[in-house]
Design a protein around this ligand. Structure first.
Ligand SMILES: *[C@@H]1O[C@H](CO)[C@@H](O)[C@H](O)[C@H]1NC(C)=O
Ligand SMILES: *[C@@H]1O[C@H](CO)[C@@H](O)[C@H](O)[C@H]1NC(C)=O
Ligand SMILES: *[C@@H]1O[C@H](CO)[C@@H](O)[C@H](O)[C@H]1NC(C)=O
Ligand SMILES: *[C@@H]1O[C@H](CO)[C@@H](O)[C@H](O)[C@H]1NC(C)=O
Ligand SMILES: *[C@@H]1O[C@H](CO)[C@@H](O)[C@H](O)[C@H]1NC(C)=O
Ligand SMILES: *[C@@H]1O[C@H](CO)[C@@H](O)[C@H](O)[C@H]1NC(C)=O
Ligand SMILES: *[C@@H]1O[C@H](CO)[C@@H](O)[C@H](O)[C@H]1NC(C)=O
Length: 712
């Protein structure tokens, strides 16, 4: 049952981002001037008196002798064009040049500046040089002096490709990370003497990526040396890490409803409003609730905005999750159509005559069809299943066998619009049974008979389980060409989609992540210990954890599960599992124990903590060994750097640390060093007891964090 992010969702995501970016109100400190000319100066930057900016480095000098007035950075001559609360500034800076005439060097300007506390963005700028007898290089300081640059030589104007900067007449190079200091220098080999007719000057400049369009005409443009180009500067607060900053609440810059984030460039930290909020995180009451109902219009019928989030619902008589990107609201199955009596009469008589005519034909066909169904039933292991089910009845197995027609009706003949997801194992459709229950119907892909066993297995395993965090199996159908499984319908999709495919507005808060982890752990612990014989899931991963509207977790997809014989260890020849989640010990030894699920669950925990995808832990540098990676992260105290910045706030840090420690134990290389699922589940349960939740309109979010007093 794996669902993929759709292109639509991604497209929607980018649209939403733009909306959010443009609607964020930049604010200055109360009583401070917000504009300089047409430039807006949000806090922590400011102009005027010292209370208006956080530090001398954030002072903006507004020179009103220009019309309109111009803004400069602190006391420098660096002109500021834009100040963003998202951690960057756009400045404007002149080009450097080195010009010649027939008697030699004629003019030279080696542009450069020192930013002190800020950094030239290494991702959003390019160092660019133009000329045909040009060495241009920047020297900078990143703790040590460095230099980088580019070279361009050409001998004929005709060789220069007008309009594109790729090495002949124009070259570009990246600027390193962490540069606070920028000095331009030039050199030429023949003092431009060989190219003087069309290129008397070399020019060099840093410029915002994508802004400069090279043109051959710039070679002879005497005004080019007076040009200024925009450069993106990264700024951060202070020089301490988030953790250090939080320990000094007096000077901690992130205010209510905001989180501390690790900047991409340079030391220090940045603040960002929590999901569901927008505004200026550096001001108290700066982060304001977003009315998602207004800005995103995420619901098809009814939308409730709540602080930090929103929820969708459907009116009476409608079914669905109410989300426009979800199942929306569809009228309930039991519909009454208005009927016109006259038409009805005609229809009935027509139908009767049609029925009469086709009676004979259908009779013959029906017999053929039921023969085929019977064949499929046998092919699909119906006999085996029937046997197993009757055996299972002793254990209280409740699965029932559905007919082809029942399921065809339930899915509107497997209509395209009913597809919930498509994955390696088959397609999942939404169905509505005659009694009004919504179900998920999995149409398996079965290549050969060996996979019948997998299928039967899932039926047997699931029909014996009754746990609120395990997806319920209602039954199956074996008469169709491919076997069909009928499950309880879990409304809100899978955890993978929620974690990786959704937009900023619906980032799952930490409290909900912890709840999901706890419930999934409970389900696995139940499979391992409460069920007899124990069941090993073997494919624990985000896509196999389904969520309902209250973020209740249900573990699904038992196709790969194994009932472990009573000796508790079992050699399997076929190692199954998903890359990134696969227990390395099982991978090497093929020895399957409950601890393989513990490993995979540990990976799920890591994903919930970091927001990264499991496959990214499988890169060679981690050498299939998440455990070693974790050890090094913890030794270097870099744990906070890898945790998803969107869920960290100063109240849940310790809890995040504890879960990280637990995750690290789960992914130990040796199975025996890992805790049991039962231990994992009770540890998570204990941590959860410290978080209070409030539920409203089916939406769940964190309200407050209460630290209970421990007396051990
Ligand atoms: C400010 O005004 C100048 C000239 O009037 C214009 O070129 C520039 O685009 C304006 N900047 C903003 C941010 O509106
Ligand atoms: C404003 O700019 C003018 C012209 O460049 C300069 O003479 C003056 O000193 C500047 N004033 C301030 C306050 O920077
Ligand atoms: C070349 O430039 C220098 C310095 O600007 C100037 O003194 C000299 O007269 C110029 N020579 C010619 C031939 O233009
Ligand atoms: C180069 O392209 C620019 C516009 O991109 C044009 O104005 C200019 O005339 C072109 N020069 C040559 C020599 O083709
Ligand atoms: C350079 O600028 C001056 C005035 O600013 C203008 O008259 C002249 O045409 C410009 N030259 C070129 C080559 O664009
Ligand atoms: C302000 O500057 C002082 C020293 O000049 C530094 O210790 C402090 O961290 C700075 N604060 C911020 C918010 O940058
Ligand atoms: C931060 O800057 C202050 C001075 O502004 C310095 O004393 C301190 O050592 C710096 N801390 C770090 C971690 O670089």
């Amino acid at each position: 049952m794996s669902f993929r992010c759709t292109f639509m969702e991604l497209a929607l995501f980018s649209i939403k981002l733009t909306i959010m970016a443009t609607s964020v109100a930049a604010q200055a400190k109360p009583g401070c001037q917000i504009h300089c000319g047409n430039i807006t100066i949000p806090y922590p930057f400011g102009t005027g008196s010292v209370e208006c900016y956080i530090n001398e480095s954030f002072f903006i000098r507004c020179n009103t002798s220009f019309h309109p007035p111009r803004a400069f950075l602190t006391t420098t001559d660096i002109e500021v064009l834009h100040v963003s609360v998202d951690g960057y500034l756009r400045i404007r800076y002149p080009v450097g040049y080195d010009c010649y005439n027939s008697s030699g060097s004629s003019s030279y300007f080696n542009a450069g500046f020192t930013l002190g506390k800020f950094y030239i963005s290494h991702t959003r700028n390019k160092f660019t040089a133009i000329g045909c007898d040009t060495y241009a290089y920047v020297e900078g300081f990143v703790g040590r002096t460095y230099s980088t640059g580019c070279v361009s030589f050409c001998y004929d104007e005709a060789d220069v490709v007008n309009g594109s900067c790729f090495g002949i007449g124009c070259c570009q190079t990246d600027i390193p990370k962490g540069v606070t200091d920028y000095r331009l220098s030039f050199d030429s080999y023949w003092s431009h003497s060989k190219v003087l007719s069309f290129n008397p000057c070399s020019y060099g400049f840093a410029v915002e990526d994508g802004v400069y369009d090279f043109s051959l005409s710039h070679f002879l443009d005497h005004n080019f040396s007076k040009k200024k180009f925009p450069i993106i500067i990264d700024w951060t607060i202070g020089n301490e890490s988030c953790r250090e900053a939080r320990m000094d609440p007096q000077n901690y810059a992130c205010k209510e409803n905001s989180a501390c984030i690790v900047p991409e460039n340079g030391g220090g930290y940045l603040c960002r409003c929590l999901h569901g909020f927008q505004g200026n995180p550096y001001l108290s009451h700066g982060c304001q609730d977003i009315n998602e109902c207004e800005t995103l219009k995420p619901c098809s019928k009814i939308c409730h905005n709540v602080v930090g989030s929103y929820s969708c619902s459907c009116p009476e008589g409608f079914d669905g999750d109410g989300r426009r990107t979800g199942t929306g609201c569809t009228p309930k199955a039991k519909q009454r159509f208005p009927i016109v009596a006259g038409t009805l009469g005609i229809c009935i008589s027509l139908l009767v005559s049609l029925l009469c005519c086709s009676w004979v034909y259908l009779g013959v066909r029906q017999r053929k069809l039921s023969k085929l169904k019977h064949h499929n039933f046998q092919q699909n292991g119906g006999i085996l299943l029937r046997e197993k089910l009757s055996e299972g009845e002793e254990y209280g197995a409740t699965a029932r066998i559905f007919t082809v027609d029942e399921l065809k009706r339930a899915t509107n003949n497997y209509h395209q619009s009913r597809i919930l997801g498509q994955g390696g194992q088959g397609t999942v459709y939404k169905g509505i049974l005659p009694d009004g229950r919504s179900v998920a119907i999995k149409k398996s892909i079965i290549g050969d008979q060996s996979q019948v066993q997998i299928f039967i297995n899932e039926v047997i395993v699931l029909s014996q389980i009754n746990h609120r965090n395990v997806v319920k199996l209602f039954g199956c159908c074996l008469e169709a060409q491919v076997p069909l499984l009928v499950y309880e319908y879990v409304r809100n999709g899978n955890l993978f989609d929620h974690l990786h495919c959704t937009d900023h507005a619906s980032v799952i808060p930490w409290g909900a992540r912890l709840k999901i982890a706890t419930e999934a752990a409970e389900a696995l612990s139940y499979l391992h210990s409460a069920a007899a014989p124990p069941i090993i899931h073997r494919d624990v991963k985000l896509t196999n954890i389904l969520l309902d509207e209250n973020y209740n977790a249900e573990v699904s997809d038992f196709g790969a599960s194994r009932l472990v014989p009573s000796n508790k260890e079992h050699i399997t020849t076929l190692v199954q599992g998903t890359l990134g989640y696969l227990d390395p010990e099982y991978f090497y030894t093929s020895q399957l124990t409950e601890k393989s699920d513990v490993y995979s669950f540990g990976v799920v925990l890591v994903e919930l903590l970091t927001g990264l995808k499991a496959v990214s832990f499988d890169r060679p540098e981690h050498e299939r060994n998440l455990s070693l990676y974790f050890d090094s992260v913890m030794q270097e105290e870099r744990l906070l750097d890898i945790i998803d910045g969107r869920i960290v706030d100063d109240r849940n840090i310790e809890q995040l640390m504890e879960v990280a420690t637990l995750a690290r134990r789960c992914v130990r290389v040796k199975g025996e060093e890992r805790p049991t699922m039962k231990e994992v589940s009770s540890e998570l349960e204990g941590l959860r007891a410290m978080v209070k939740f409030r539920r409203e309109e089916g939406d769940l979010y964190e309200v407050e964090f209460e630290e209970l007093l421990h007396d051990f």
